[in-house]
Design a protein around this ligand. Structure first.
Ligand SMILES: [Cu+2]
Length: 306
C-alpha cells in the first residue's frame, strides 16, 4: 500500500537508453545524479533489439528499503511489445547482482501477483526488491518474444548505506551453503574464453548425497554467470543430469528452451551438470539455484577464465 502510494507520488521515469542507440540518459526529480547505463548483450541474435526501460519507486532507491522496479519492453518504434511468451514458467526473469558480487536476486513479476492483461498490453512489468547495500547493481532482464530469447543488461545505482565493499575472491571448489556441501568440478580445469566449460556440481547434505532435487522453473538448476568488474558479461544457463542433452548457456538461450520443461515427478541429484561458454578472459562468479525440500537454495563459486 505504501509502495503503491510511493509509486504514484514518486515515480519518475528513468529512461535507460540502450548503448549505441543514444547519447545517454536523463533522470529528473532526484537529488543525486546517477550514471545509469544499459548494455546490450553482445551475442544476441541479429535484428532489431527490444528496448528495455525501467522506472523505480522511489525514484532514488535506498539500501534496506523496499523498492519497486517497473520494466517496459518496447520495439524500435517505441510501441510496447505485447507478444512476450513464457519461458521457464515466467514471462520475464530479472536477475540482480551487486557490483561487489555479494548480492544475488532472481525475481519475477509473478512473484507479486498474476500477470494482468493491462501489464501485457503495455508491456509493463513490476518487480519488488530490497537492495541490501548501496552501490551499483547489474540487472539482467530475460524474456522471449515469439521464438526469440533476449537478455538485456541494465545498471542501477542504489544510495544510502552500507556501501558495497570490494569483491571477495574465493576460488575454492568445495563450499558450505546453509547445510549443503557443494563440490564443483570444471572441465577443462582451466576454462578458456569462447570455449565450452562443463560445470559439474555434486550436492551433499548431512553427509548424504542429495538425490531429490526438485525442478525449479523448469530446470534442474538455474545458473547466472557474471564477470567481475564492469558487469559487461552475463550468461544465463541451466543444469541437467550429467550426460543429458545439453544446451550451452548463452544470450538468447531461451530460444532453444522453448517448451522445454521437466516432467512432473522428476527429481535430480546429487550431480548436476551445466555447460557454459565464458565470453571473455576474467574472473567470474557463477550463482546457481536449485530447489530442494520446497525451498530455493543458492550456491556460488568463482571461476578464473583464460
Ligand atoms: Cu527466473
Amino acid at each position: 500500500m505504501i509502495m503503491q502510494k510511493m509509486l504514484i507520488v514518486l515515480a519518475v521515469i528513468v529512461s535507460l537508453i540502450m548503448q549505441g542507440a543514444g547519447p545517454g540518459y536523463a533522470a529528473e526529480g532526484g537529488h543525486d545524479h546517477h550514471d545509469h547505463e544499459a548494455h546490450q548483450h553482445a551475442s544476441s541474435p541479429a535484428g532489431p533489439e527490444p528496448v528495455v526501460d525501467l522506472e523505480t519507486a522511489p525514484a532514488v532507491i535506498v539500501a534496506g528499503k523496499p523498492a519497486m522496479i517497473t520494466f517496459t519492453i518496447r520495439d524500435d518504434n517505441n510501441n510496447p511489445i505485447k507478444d512476450l511468451v513464457i519461458t521457464h514458467d515466467r514471462l520475464i526473469h530479472v536477475v540482480i547482482i551487486s557490483e561487489d558480487l555479494s548480492v544475488f536476486g532472481h525475481i519475477h513479476a509473478e512473484d507479486i501477483g498474476p500477470i494482468t492483461a493491462e501489464m501485457k498490453d503495455h508491456a509493463r512489468f513490476p518487480v519488488r526488491f530490497t537492495f541490501p547495500k548501496a552501490g551499483k547493481y547489474t540487472l539482467a532482464v530475460d524474456f522471449a518474444v515469439r521464438d526469440r530469447g533476449y537478455s538485456e543488461l541494465l545498471d542501477l545505482e542504489v544510495s544510502g548505506s552500507p556501501l558495497m565493499g570490494s569483491v571477495h575472491r574465493d576460488l575454492s571448489r568445495e563450499k558450505d551453503f546453509d547445510g549443503y556441501k557443494v563440490n564443483l568440478v570444471l572441465s577443462p580445469e582451466q576454462p578458456v574464453a569462447g570455449k565450452e566449460t562443463v560445470l559439474r556440481y555434486t550436492i551433499m547434505k548431512d553427509g548424504k548425497p542429495v538425490a531429490d532435487i526438485e525442478p525449479y522453473l523448469a530446470a534442474a538448476m538455474h545458473l547466472a554467470v557474471i564477470n567481475e568488474g564492469a558487469g559487461n558479461y552475463f550468461v544465463h544457463a541451466h543444469g541437467d543430469r550429467p550426460g543429458a542433452m545439453q544446451h550451452t548457456g548463452h544470450a538468447g538461450h531461451m530460444t532453444s528452451h522453448m517448451g522445454h520443461s521437466s516432467p512432473s515427478g522428476t527429481v535430480y541429484g546429487p550431480e548436476i551438470e551445466a555447460h557454459v561458454v565464458f565470453p571473455a578472459k576474467g574472473t567470474y562468479k557463477v550463482f546457481s539455484e536449485i530447489r530442494h525440500q520446497d525451498k530455493v537454495r543458492l550456491f556460488d563459486f568463482m571461476v578464473n577464465v583464460q
